[in-house]
Design a protein around this ligand. Sequence first.
Ligand SMILES: [Cu+2]
Length: 429
Amino acid sequence: MQRRTFLSNLAGSVAAISALPAAYAAKKTESSTSNTGQASSAVAAKGHTPVITLNGKSLDWTVKDGVKEFRLVAEPIEQEVAPGMKAKFWGYNGGSPGPTIEAVEGDKVRIFVSNKLPEHTTIHWHGLLLPNGMDGVGGLNQPQIPPGKTCVYEFTLSKSGTFMYHPHADEQVQMALGMMGLFIVHPKNPHERRVDRDYAFLLAAYDIEPDTMTAKTATMTDFNLWTFNSRTFPVIQTLVARQGERVRIRVGNLTMTNHPIHLHGHTFTVTGTDGGWVPTNAQWPEVTTDVAVGQMRVIEFIADAPGDWAFHCHKSHHTMGPMGHAVPNMLGVDQQKLSGHIEQLLPGKHYMAMGSNGMAEMQNMAGMGEMMPLPANTLPMMSGAGPYGPMEMGGMFTILKVRPDQATGDYQDPGWYAQPKGSQAWIID
Ligand SMILES: [Cu+2]
């Protein structure tokens, strides 16, 4: 979106602040009810609280001679980022991120990694303590896995915690295309560090130009899609909890910048990193924790406040969609006279001057169907409809819904919170 001419910037601004695809505008957070309750039942059967990977799932395994065997296939995939936009990624087992590997401290695991990519790859098991030859840095610890071949990794899980997996081969390309996954190791004793809900996701950023589907792999800082598990709001799964439950959220960052992750309505503590669990006497209360590049942060809190609470990255441009960031700054500019001239240059002879009073009007106008269409395969700057109007969010944003009557183990979206009478802010003249 850089280096546009003045006119194309103006035309771009029309598109940027224009139509949400109809399906997108209508989309509410009900979409997030899919993919819930996908708990890995084998883990639950042993008494551990299953990990809920937002918009994802845990990987099945089989046991052979006392070893848990997992199978990952590295392959090109096509995936919906949000309604109105699909991306060509590289991922594992049909998705980006790949399925979450969930196992238990003390387990011996054997992981078969089959390479169906057009180039070689490896997998590094980020944060896990293992023999040097299993660490997965191509060229350093092992030969690269050629296309068409399968590599076997085998090690014992010596400690519980929150880890990741990703290639250590042609990293700039393979991670820019979405190759990543979570690796969760439960404590051997299921009563240790027990929580009632255990959510997990990875932060991923992409640079996909409008009208294209493949993420640019040489981008260093100027990404335009900010995602939880390679999806943007409003399709990111809603987090739900019964009032009073202890909730854990595990967040890993495989983007090229830091993300201050912020929760409304509660205070949490950081109980773990990818280095392990944080001792209780070293924890302090927070409402935002910065997740730096290549880090994982585990936060825990008691969901004691009923309501619909925002949960998001606090960098405001990371809760916005790709379109509209390159438009000229029209704040305070009277565009009335200019509009007529611009209309003569546009094919439809229709130009709507916007931005003089801020950008919030874009979502309202989109709702009224007044806008011009977006370019193909991209997302508007703002999206998401709440019970009181447009939420003007996108990207790294979702909602924590706490309800007194949410059943234990029920991950279904309970709908919007009904504010108790007299407890909502009111507007006066
Ligand atoms: Cu961010």
